[in-house]
Structures are given as C-alpha cells and as structure tokens.
Design a protein. Structure first.
Length: 581
C-alpha cells in the first residue's frame, strides 16, 4: 500500500464535491399522488413541459433560464419536491448559498425519504456553516442507510474541519469496523491524535498498521519518526536499530538515523547513514536534491562541508546514472567553485538525459563563454536555438560568437532573428543592437552599423561600450566627427581617467585637426595606464609629428614598437623619421 498522509482528506473532500453530481441524475419526475390530485390534467402536462425544458436549459448551462422555469414549476405545484431540488443544485453552482440552502431544505422536507434530497440538504447545511444541523441530518440518513460508508466520511469531514478531532476519530473508527484497517484512515487519525496532544494514541494507530502489514518497513520508520518528532529519541533509535538489523541499507531508516545522530552531535555516524540513504534507489532523487540544496546553502559559509557535498553528489550519480538532476546539481557545485570544465561536462551530461530544461542550456552557454570555447558555443547555441526557438539569449550567444570568429554574415543572421524575440528586457535588446553595430561595421555596412548603435543608445544612452566603439569607428572612417566627439566626451564624463576612452577622444580630436588638445588627452591616457600601450604611444607620436616635434614623435614610435604591435606604418615611420597615414 502506498504511503500518503493526505489521501484521506482528499478522498472525503472528493466525496463531498461529487455529491451534487450524483444527485443531478433526476430527469423530470413522476408527480406524487397528492400533488396530482390538486392539479388538472392540463396543469400536469404543463408542469412536465416546464420541468423538461428547465432540465434541458440546465444541461446546456443556461442556469438563469433553467432557474426561471423550475421556479414556475414550484408556483404551479408547490408540493412537488423535484423542482426545489433542481433549483438547489443550480444555486450551488452559481454560488448563491442562501438560495441553495432554502431550496435544498424545501425538497428534503417535502420528501424526507428521498436519499439524495436529504444528502443535498446536509451538504447545504455544511456549506452554510451549520455543522451541528448538518451532522444531525447525516445521522438521520445513516439510520435509514446503516451500511453507507460515504455518510460516515461526510460526518468525519465536518468534525475534522470544525476541530472536533475526538468525534472525528470515533466516526472513523466506525468506518474501520465496516471496511477494515486502512493506511489512509490510520494516518489521518494519527494526525488528529497529535493535534489532541496524545502521542501514545497516535503511536497506537501506526502500531495497528505494523501488526496488519508486518512486511511494510515504512510503517516502522513512520513510528520511529513520530517518536523522534515528539522528543522521544531513545524510542525512535530502538526502532531504527531494529530496521537496520534486518535491512542495513534501508533508505528511510538511514535517513532518519542521519537526523538522530546529527541531533546527538555524532557527525561521522550521521554522514555514514546519509551516504547509505543516498546509495539506495528507494529514496527518490527529489528528496536527495533537497538535501544537496541544503548543503549548497550551508557551504556558502562553511567550506568544511564541501567535501561531504561532493561525495554525496558522486553517490547520487552512481545511484541515478540516467537522471539529469544528478548531473545538474553536481555541475552547480562545480561551477560555484570555478571548476568550469567539470561543470560544463556535467551540464552536457544532464542535457544528454533531458534536453528540455532552458536553465541548463543557458548556464552551459555562460560557462562556454567564460572558457572562451567558441567552437562549443556555436555548436551548442545552434542546438539550443532549435529547441527553444523563441529564446533570444541563444541567438545572442550564437551571433556574438560568430562575430568573434569573424563570421560576420552568420553573426548578423542570428542577431537579427533573435532581436525580434526580446520582450521587456532593455539591457538585452541594447546588447543585440550593439553587437549588430560591430558586425555591420566589420562588413563596412556603415549605414546599418550606425543605425544599430543609435538604436542601442536610445535604449541605454550611457552605455560605455557603445559610446566608445561607435565614436572610435566614426573617427577611423573620419565620418560624423562632431557626433563622434559628442559620444566620446560623454563616455569620458561617465568613466573618467580610463586610458582607452581618453585615447578614443584624443584620436577624434586628432582627426578634427585639434592636435594640441589631442596631445593633452593622450598624455592623460599615458598617466592612467597607457604607458605601455602600443596604440596610445603611436597615436601620441603621430600627434607630436603633426606638431612638428619629430624627435619626440620618433621616441614615442620606438616605445610603441617595443610595447607591442602598432599600425602597418609604424616601422616605416621609425625608419624614415616621418609621419605616414
């Protein structure tokens, strides 16, 4: 029998919910003799006609029309209970509790021997919160139908939800006498005994299950857990020991022993028990995941637990080698410890067994990006784009990586498609436009490149990356230099004292022929970390050459040559001591 604490409550709730559907089986009634004598033949025919049409409208869901027709039936034959019963059902459906109760009561009183009328009336009383009256009504029904277990469940439901746990237990005992011991009922009674602060009686309920089902070790574990939860650790431990003596690898007993030893401060014994629980396929993987997640949180501040966490991860993979969750949680631990290759390997393994999880693919992309593994990024982003065609992040990874690999057309194709899927995410949309600007610039499609950069700045006017790159590319083209200067000046206002941004602004000034200002900005760039930057040194050398100080220019060109790779003209400048552009 499958263990479930909540089946009983769900079961009796289900019975209550289904009662009205059982009752709605009535078609138009045979008019009782007393009412019939009060009606002419013509009135009887008209009554049946009204009732039939009302039933049809109810079936079609036209409740207002149905209610009006049933109401006409009551006006024509006030002593006939069936229309009141049908009206009660309708008013229950449309959530009119007062009308529901009034009509249910009328039907039940007109025909007290009709089982379904009485059940509906009791149900209406219960819904109105008149629990004592509802129970009294159910008890009248029970006298007439002593074998009807459903009525006992209805009574127990009312008693339970009104907090009369002792009475509910007595009612459920009557159910057990009729249908035998039941796991669901026993566990429900056990929970109610706990609410009544009677642990011994709660234990008796589980003991009865153990006697009835001696081979079900889970009941023994449940009894031990009950003792443990109620500060009776020694009683719990004796039961756990008995289970382990018969079944050393019992997952549930070992998991409970872990808690027992942990509370006792016996860490080594606690961990040994936990390892046995993790090694058992009987313990579901979701429970193991929850335990590992608690380790994940704990190891944020306590490194001593990391070794144990990794060991549990490996045991779980051995026990559940074809479940993606085993590899996902292990990858999470590895990624946090900056073990990127290991994390990547385990995320890929998780995808092998379950490729449907967007977060796993997303995390994999970020790791491959950190590893600068462009080949893997292109391969895996293409797979992800097929699986998640509406997720823009994968198009971005694919496009940005193609851009790095100088596959400019492929980059643009992915970025243009992915851009359309970005909704309510301005930063990501900005990133798409910025990267498209770089890609179009590389293909010398300058009009499209400028438009992409401008779109990015509309979304994020202070985006440093876009401000600097857009300004620099304009300066290289010697196009829109006023706009370039405006962009670069803003960039330096936002992040002052950054050598690369100062170099860009200086170069724009240079292209504008403002050589003195350019020299000042380039010297600032040298002071702010550009002293060994070949580009900045060569730019300053060119500026001094424009200012007719060739000795200083030559000195800077030589320093640029020593610092790294300069422009294609650098060697020629040094050799001829002359500026070339």
């Amino acid at each position: 029998m499958k263990f479930n604490h909540y089946i009983f409550i769900l079961f009796i709730t289900f019975l209550t919910a289904c009662s009205s559907s059982k009752q709605s089986k009535s078609s138009y009634p045979k008019i009782n003799k007393k009412v019939a004598t009060e009606l002419t033949n013509k009135e009887q025919v008209h009554f049946k006609f009204l009732f039939m049409n009302a039933s049809k409208e109810r079936i079609l869901g036209n409740y207002e029309k149905a209610a009006n027709l049933f109401l006409q039936c009551t006006q024509l034959a006030g002593g006939e209970p069936a229309p009141y019963y049908e009206l009660a059902n309708i008013f229950e459906l449309v959530k009119e509790p007062t009308l529901f109760l009034n009509n249910a009561e009328k039907a039940a009183k007109l025909d007290p021997n009709n089982y379904w009328y009485s059940v509906l009336y009791a149900h209406a009383l219960q819904g109105a919160g008149e629990n004592d009256k509802a129970i009294a009504q159910y008890e009248l029904l029970l006298k007439k139908n002593p074998q009807d277990i459903d009525i006992l469940f209805d009574i127990a439901t009312i008693q339970y939800y009104s907090g009369n746990y002792a009475d509910a237990i007595k009612t459920l005992n009557k159910v057990e006498k009729k249908m035998g011991i039941s796991e669901d009922i026993s566990f429900q009674k056990q929970r109610m005994w706990i609410k009544l602060n009677n642990v011994d009686k709660a234990a008796d309920e589980i003991k009865a299950l153990i006697i009835a089902y001696p081979d079900n070790v889970l009941y023994q574990v449940k009894l031990a857990d009950l003792y443990s939860a109620n500060d009776m650790p020694d009683k719990a431990f004796e039961i756990y020991k008995g289970i382990i003596a018969v079944d050393p690898n019992n997952a549930f007993a070992n998991l409970s022993l872990h808690d027992y030893y942990k509370n006792k401060g016996e860490k080594e014994k606690a961990f040994d028990a936990l390892k046995k629980a993790f090694a058992s396929p009987e313990l579901d993987i979701d429970t193991k995941m929850q335990i590992l997640l608690s380790y994940y949180a704990a190891t944020e501040s306590d490194n001593t637990l990391k070794k144990d966490a990794f060991e549990l991860n490996k045991i779980m993979i051995q026990t559940h080698p074809k479940d993606a969750k085993s590899y996902t949680i292990y990858a999470d631990f590895l990624y946090r410890d900056k073990k990127l290759e290991g994390a990547k390997e385990n995320y890929l393994k998780a995808i092998e067994f379950d490729a449907s999880k967007f977060p796993i693919w997303s995390q994999l992309m970020f790791i491959e990006s950190e590893l600068k593994d462009n080949e893997a990024l292109i391969r895996d982003s293409e797979k992800a784009m097929e699986l998640f065609p509406n997720q823009p992040i994968f198009y971005y990874f694919n496009g940005a990586t193609h851009l790095q690999e100088k596959n400019y057309k492929d980059a643009i194709a992915s970025l243009e498609i992915g851009k359309a899927f970005v909704i309510d995410n301005p930063p990501l949309k900005t990133q798409f436009h910025a990267t498209l600007g770089d890609a179009y610039n590389s293909l010398k499609e300058y009009e499209k490149s400028d438009a992409a950069y401008e779109d990015a700045l509309k979304l994020d006017p202070k985006n440093i990356y876009v401000l600097n790159n857009y300004a620099y590319y304009l300066s290289l083209r010697e196009d829109k230099l006023e706009r370039a200067a405006e962009l670069s000046e803003k960039c330096n206002d936002i992040e002052p004292d950054q050598a690369n941004y100062q170099d860009t602004y200086a170069w724009i000034l240079y292209k504008q022929g403002k050589f003195v200002q350019a020299k000042d900005w380039l010297e600032k760039a040298l002071e702010n970390g550009g002293a060994n930057n070949a580009v900045i040194l060569e730019h300053l050398g060119d500026t001094y050459a424009q200012l007719n100080n060739l000795d200083k220019a030559l000195e800077l060109w030589k320093r640029a040559k020593k610092a790294g790779k300069g422009t294609e003209f650098l060697d020629k400048k040094i050799a001829s001591k002359k500026l070339y552009e």
